[in-house]
Design a protein. Structure first.
Lengths: 334, 334
DNA sequence: AATATTTACGTTAGTACTTACATAAATTCT
DNA sequence: AGAATTTATGTAAGTACTAACGTAAATATT
């Protein structure tokens, strides 16, 4: 029992490879005493030519599920050894048709006998496991056709990252984080305004006490993101002060904070949410849009408190609004 | 459904390879965004170093079940990229000990996360087939450890050849074959003597009518071997005129003829069999010996009819004598 | 102590593929 | 009809291995 075996599914690929190499070597050995102009690697091409002949290089490659350079190389080897003949297609001068020569054809009887032995040996071997090995391979391939291994891995990566982030409600311990996280992103793109300083320094009096909320995202024991719901005079919420630390970008923390905010707003029976942002923040706007927010015109009666704000968006919570309700599995994929 | 799939067990190796390559490619892709000095092919070595460090090149190769040049190459790549440190073993100056560097170790956390995703994806994938894929692989490998694929194929080849040869009793149609087959081998090694000509030209009066038998081996509609049992005055049989055509050598036809002869002798309740041969025919003598014959001294009272004969052998049929009775399966293997 | 054998490792060459690119012919578009 | 695109093939270079050989050091044998 070596490490490759101990690793189980993680080293499945290595194991399949090892097994196939072991077989290939053993199969190669059985041709050695046959004294024919034949190489084991020719098998797929030779076998195909026995059934369909003549055939063009690329058609053969397609039928065999290998690359055309492979067929091209094997074919020229076979031509060199006199096993295959090249003919040119008359209608299409690009095409090189290959076919078994007299010599190539005459080898088939002896080869077919060996193949029958290989087939019988393989059948016996696989049957001895008590499993229908071919069916297992069929299912494995089918499953992979339905969904690539890469995307399966990605799903798990996404899920792990998603689960690694916890959304927390406001706690006085996080007061400083609320300030530093927002200061970081504001100063990166804009300059800190007077209203920013007031709100970021006094979240409790400015947001919580008037009936708002602040959420925090924790990743690896650290607060890396935050966003606030400010209670407006008409009872709606304004989403604001959403920020994620530079180093924690790409973990879909913004989406998770936003989903938590929408969920809370629905819980509280709020009719709609608004937000103000800047057209410079295109990734943020894309996210808001994905979550259902739509742009609304700037109302001259309600000018923004912030100089950087030039976009106003709204999410109508009375209508169907999936992202406040959907499961994590769907959210992760959006 | 391509040809590789249609071929079933015959192309099992190709299929395993294809599957492993598909996995390898997908797995390679998930490291690309990780921005680490890491190559997917390092995996086995890296993983081992995470558990056992430092370790020598050859020890690592052994543990991983790969060749030491592979470990050596991977290790030097890793050294070049600063992931691995080389130390010299003090006690054994041949040994190069490799260990993860600070940098190599620091990568492990991120890598381990990805591995966990790969592992989870693979588990999910294999489980979706409804089979215990790992168990199938275990069984396949175990079965191959117990008996190599090559020897499994050989068994089938042997059996096919064995079954392809039919032993027939004397029939006047075969009279000419009896003569030509024996003439071929006698003239190859010796010269045809007067007694040869007499017996070969008149098998019926010389062998059959005095109570003897002649067997023929048929392979692909052709008589390719023969041997005779000559009834002696004391009731025993003398095995004689055993020959196989040059072109049919290697098919174990001699063994099959001999087995048929011994079986017949036992059936007929004969106490023992003898034969005369030449010390020049070492392969034949080896076969006789395998089948239970032992050399006996030349009895001066019974000089041979043939000048070439200088070895006399005997098989005591009253004692245990496996090869007259054993099944084909055992005979094929002898 | 001298010699033979084994072990550890590196190097080179080979294998069975692939990807990427180049070229020529055919087909489609305008 | 001329230009752009697609298709068929070949070639070069790369990948991830292995096998085979050579060298140096250690160990066993005589």
């Amino acid at each position: 029992m070596d490490i490759i075996q101990q690793l189980g599914e993680l080293a499945l690929g290595s194991r399949l490879r090892r097994l196939s190499e072991r077989l290939a070597q053993d199969v190669a050995a059985i041709y050695s005493d046959l004294d024919l102009d034949y190489e084991p690697r020719w098998f797929p091409v030779y076998y195909l030519l026995l059934q369909k002949s003549p055939i063009s290089i690329c058609d053969a490659a397609q039928e065999l599920g290998i690359t055309h350079p492979m067929v091209s190389q094997i074919a020229s080897e076979m031509v060199k050894r006199g096993v295959v003949l090249e003919l040119r297609d008359e209608n299409d001068k690009r095409k090189k048709m290959i076919a078994l020569s007299e010599k190539g054809l005459s080898m088939s009887e002896k080869l077919a006998e060996r193949w029958a032995d290989v087939d019988a040996a393989a059948k016996e071997w696989t049957a001895s496991t008590g499993f229908d090995v071919l069916a297992v391979l069929d299912r494995l391939e089918q499953a992979l056709d339905a969904k690539s291994f890469q995307s399966r891995i990605q799903d798990h990566t996404r899920k792990r990252r998603w689960d690694a982030v916890t959304i927390l409600d406001y706690d006085p311990h996080f007061k400083e984080d609320f300030k530093t996280i927002n200061t970081e992103w504001i100063e990166q793109h804009f300059t800190l305004e007077e209203a920013d300083r007031r709100i970021l320094s006094n979240p409790e009096t400015e947001i919580i006490e008037p009936g708002g909320h602040i959420f925090f995202a924790r990743y690896k024991q650290e607060i890396v993101g935050t966003c606030a719901l400010i209670r407006c005079s008409d009872g709606s919420y304004e989403l604001a002060k959403m920020g994620v630390l530079e180093k924690a970008r790409g973990l879909q923390i913004g989406k998770k904070l936003l989903a938590a905010s929408i969920r809370k707003a629905k819980e509280d029976g709020v009719p709609y949410m608004t937000l103000e942002t800047s057209s410079k923040l295109s990734t943020a706007i894309a996210l808001y849009r994905k979550m259902g927010f739509v742009a609304i015109p700037f109302d001259p009666d309600h000018p923004s408190e912030f100089a950087r704000a030039d976009v106003r968006m709204k999410l109508d919570l009375s209508r169907y609004c999936p992202y406040g309700e959907q499961t994590d599995a769907i959210l992760q994929r959006v």
